[in-house]
Structure formats: structure tokens, C-alpha cells
Design a protein around this ligand. Structure first.
Ligand code: HEC
Ligand code: HEC
Length: 357
């Protein structure tokens, strides 16, 4: 450990003497800074362009990226006292409902269609909650209908503008878990900072890249360069809760539409089965057996029936007596009405023996 430190100091020394210093990161503010490349996190670029970020990390004793990663993926970490924390939630881990990888080909185009398209091409789970990739680059959370759904619950308003408050709110409310300590929130936030958008994730054309490079190196018109960047990704995830749709049987011709069937299958495999296969994150199991498809097909034909997929997708399932696990709903942005129809199309094709690989 000690040796490493010395080696590091020597290297930094050499770098400074030989003029390499100008190339080191983070920025020195001099004119010789290199232009951002594909891997430069956009938070760093925006900072250089004069934009502050409310989720900027604070120094909190005991907080670290590794602990944040453990909390998000395993639900516990080793605390500052050297002891393992209590599990964050009895039922889930954060990745039950949130992805940590990219979810969109172009982060400025965030429709449910784009999300499913990317999920299918890249085998990403198709889940109810917004992803953590790029979340520190966003500026508001628990948007739109989530402010209504959770109205009156302590912390929901703060969660709208403050990522730390959103983490705390989710830990207690959406993931039915315990209150997080400050070092835990800061650790999760530190982990989120490693998941920033990179310049290469944004769809910038050559002229825009050039303008940003200039603002970056020469400080030229930083304001408009920052504005360009900010239009290239969604700063908030819109959220609209839809009513339970009336059941409408698909046209016979739709059973021949392989694209629709494929989409339905992806929603089932990468969405429903993510939590229900072998009862991974739920007490209820789903699988690829004929009888399972048959039961779900039948349930979905019943209006307002709690086991109908139309009901479950739009309302979710509230926590029941003595058991605080629940199923979050899919908002319009997380599953479109058309996608929900395709889910039924696929399940009913399986139930009717009409599905062929
Ligand atoms: C049972 C599902 C579930 C689990 C588990 C869960 N969340 Fe969430 N979370 C949600 C839902 C639903 C929302 C609603 C807003 C959204 O994501 O768009 C949400 C929202 C959030 C948001 C705000 C996102 C935004 O852009 O609006 C953050 C931050 C967050 N959760 C952090 C966490 C952390 C950290 C954990 C683990 C400690 C966690 N969540 C576990 C379901 C869950
Ligand atoms: C993020 C995890 C998650 C996802 C994704 C998910 N569910 Fe659930 N689901 C749950 C939980 C948790 C429950 C609550 C009861 C339990 O624990 O089994 C539940 C309940 C259910 C129930 C009712 C079971 C009962 O006990 O009455 C059905 C049916 C169901 N889900 C179907 C689906 C379908 C269909 C999809 C895909 C569109 C889906 N679920 C996606 C977590 C999930």
C-alpha cells in the first residue's frame, strides 16, 4: 500500500516535469486540456462548461463506490464499524427492479418502444423502474404520476429534486426496506457516479462535437455548448400511470405477426420471468409451461381480475397482509399499451399451441 503511494507520487512528479501534467485528469483548467473523448463522463464535461450538479459527492466517512455496489447488487455492505449491515430489504435487491446498464440506443429517445428494442438486442431485463445508468446526469426523480401516487408519504416531494432523497425514499417505500444511513446513501451515489453517461453514449454530430471541444479547451461560449449536451439525453424519466385496459381479443391475423409475438415473448422472458422464474424475487412462480400460459391467458380474459395481466401490469399488486412484497406497476413509459397487447398475444399463442419458435 505504502509502496504504491510512493510510486504514484514519483509518476505524478515525472508527468509534471515532462509536461504530461496537462494531459492528466481531472482538468487543470489550462488551455492545453485535451478535448473530451468517447469515454469522458459527461458530468466532467458539464462541470468544465460551468454547470454544477446537485448530486455532487460529499466526503462522508466510510462511504465508497465498492460499498455502494454491494448495497445495490447484494443489499448489504460492510459498515464503518467493520460489521455487515442488516439486509436493506427482505424481499428484493435494487437490481430486482432497476437496471445498471444502458437501456436506450439514444438516451434522448426514451419511449417504451425504444427501450424494448434495446432490451431485445442487448438482452437487458425489461423492468418497471428507471435504470441507474446516467441517473446522476438526471435532475429530477419520481416524476409526474409518482408524485401523485405517493402523495402524503414522507419524503416524496424531496425525492423529486434530490437524488439522495430519492434513494432513501425508494429504500423505504418502493423496495419495502429499511432506512439507509448517510454513508450508505453516499456510497450508492458514489456507485451511481461510475454509471454516468459517456460522451460516446450521446448522439452528437460532428459540428456539435467541434463546438463542445472548443468550449472545452478555449472556454468559448460554454453556455450553448452545455445546452447542446443537455438536449442529448433525458434529464428526467416521465411516468404516467394508465388505467386497466378492457380486454380485447387479438385478430386471428395477429397470430401470424412474428414481430409482435417476438416482442411479447421478450416482455415475458426479460420482464415477468426476471422476478417470477423459480420465484426469484416473489412468492409466485411463473415459467414456460403450457399450464402456466393457459392459466394466465384465462385470467387475462376476465375483466378487472387480480390475476389478469392487464390488471397486474397497470395496477401492480399491493402488499398483502403479513407480507410486504408487492409488484410495482408498469407506467406507460415502461410498457406501452401496444406492448401489453403483444404480451397477451404471446401468452395466448402459447396457450393455444399457436406459438412456433
Ligand atoms: C420492488 C421494486 C424496486 C426496488 C427493489 C427498488 N426500487 Fe427504486 N424505484 C422503484 C420504482 C417503481 C421507482 C419509481 C420511479 C422510476 O423508477 O421511474 C423507483 C425509483 C427510484 C429512484 C428514482 C428514479 C427516477 O429516475 O425517478 C431511485 C434513485 C431509486 N429508485 C433507487 C433505488 C435503490 C438505491 C434501491 C435499492 C436500495 C431501489 N431503488 C430498489 C422500484 C424499486
Ligand atoms: C420487479 C419484479 C417483478 C416483475 C418484473 C413482475 N412481477 Fe409479478 N409480482 C412480483 C411480486 C413481488 C408480486 C407479489 C406477490 C409475490 O410476492 O408473489 C407479484 C405478483 C404477481 C402475480 C400475482 C400472484 C399472486 O400471488 O396473486 C402475477 C400473476 C404476476 N405477478 C405476474 C406477472 C407478470 C405477467 C409480469 C410481467 C408483465 C410480472 N408479474 C412482472 C414481482 C414482479
Amino acid at each position: 500500500m505504502h509502496n504504491h503511494k510512493i510510486l504514484y507520487l514519483v509518476l505524478v512528479g515525472i508527468a509534471l516535469i515532462t509536461g504530461f501534467g496537462a494531459m492528466t485528469y481531472p482538468f487543470t483548467g489550462s488551455k492545453t486540456d485535451l478535448a473530451p473523448d468517447e469515454n469522458t463522463p459527461i458530468g466532467d464535461v458539464l462541470k468544465k462548461l460551468g454547470k454544477s450538479n446537485a448530486s455532487e459527492l460529499k466526503t462522508i466517512e466510510g462511504a465508497s463506490v465498492e460499498k455502494g455496489r454491494d448495497l445495490v447488487h447484494k443489499g448489504y455492505a460492510i459498515g464503518p464499524d467493520g460489521k455487515r449491515t442488516k439486509q436493506q430489504s427482505k424481499f428484493y435487491v435494487c437490481t430486482t427492479c432497476h437496471n445498471v446498464v444502458k437501456e436506450f440506443e439514444d438516451p434522448s429517445l426514451i419511449s417504451a418502444e425504444m427501450r424494448l428494442d434495446y432490451a431485445m438486442k442487448n438482452k437487458v431485463p425489461f423492468l418497471q423502474a428507471s435504470g441507474f445508468y446516467g441517473i446522476v446526469n438526471r435532475t429530477s426523480f419520481y416524476n409526474d404520476d409518482y408524485q401523485v401516487k405517493y402523495e402524503g408519504i414522507d419524503g416524496i416531494e424531496a425525492a423529486n429534486k434530490d437524488l439522495r432523497a430519492a434513494i432513501q425514499f425508494c429504500s423505504k417505500t418502493c423496495s419495502q426496506g429499511r432506512e439507509l444511513a448517510d454513508w450508505e446513501i453516499e456510497s450508492i451515489l458514489a456507485y451511481f457516479w461510475t454509471l454516468q453517461f459517456k460522451m460516446g453514449d450521446l448522439k452528437l454530430n460532428e459540428a456539435q462535437k467541434k463546438q463542445i471541444d472548443l468550449a472545452f479547451s478555449d472556454g468559448k461560449d460554454k453556455e450553448s455548448a452545455a445546452k447542446i449536451l443537455e438536449t442529448k439525453y433525458a434529464a428526467a424519466m416521465p411516468a404516467h400511470i394508465l388505467k386497466i385496459p378492457k380486454f380485447v381479443a387479438p385478430d386471428e391475423s395477429e397470430y401470424k405477426n412474428t414481430q409482435k409475438l417476438k416482442e411479447g415473448k421478450a416482455i415475458y422472458d426479460q420482464g415477468c420471468l426476471h422476478c417470477h422464474l423459480n420465484k426469484k424475487y416473489s412468492f409466485f412462480g411463473l415459467d414456460n409451461e403450457y399450464l402456466t400460459f393457459k392459466a394466465m391467458e384465462k385470467a387475462t380474459r376476465k375483466e378487472n381480475y387480480i390475476l389478469s395481466m392487464n390488471f397486474l401490469v397497470r395496477e401492480g399488486l399491493p402488499p398483502r397482509m403479513g407480507n410486504h412484497s408487492y409488484m410495482p406497476e408498469f407506467t406507460a413509459e415502461k410498457m406501452s399499451p401496444e406492448q401489453l397487447k403483444n404480451l397477451y398475444l404471446y401468452v395466448s399463442a402459447q396457450a393455444k399451441g399457436k406459438y412456433k419458435e
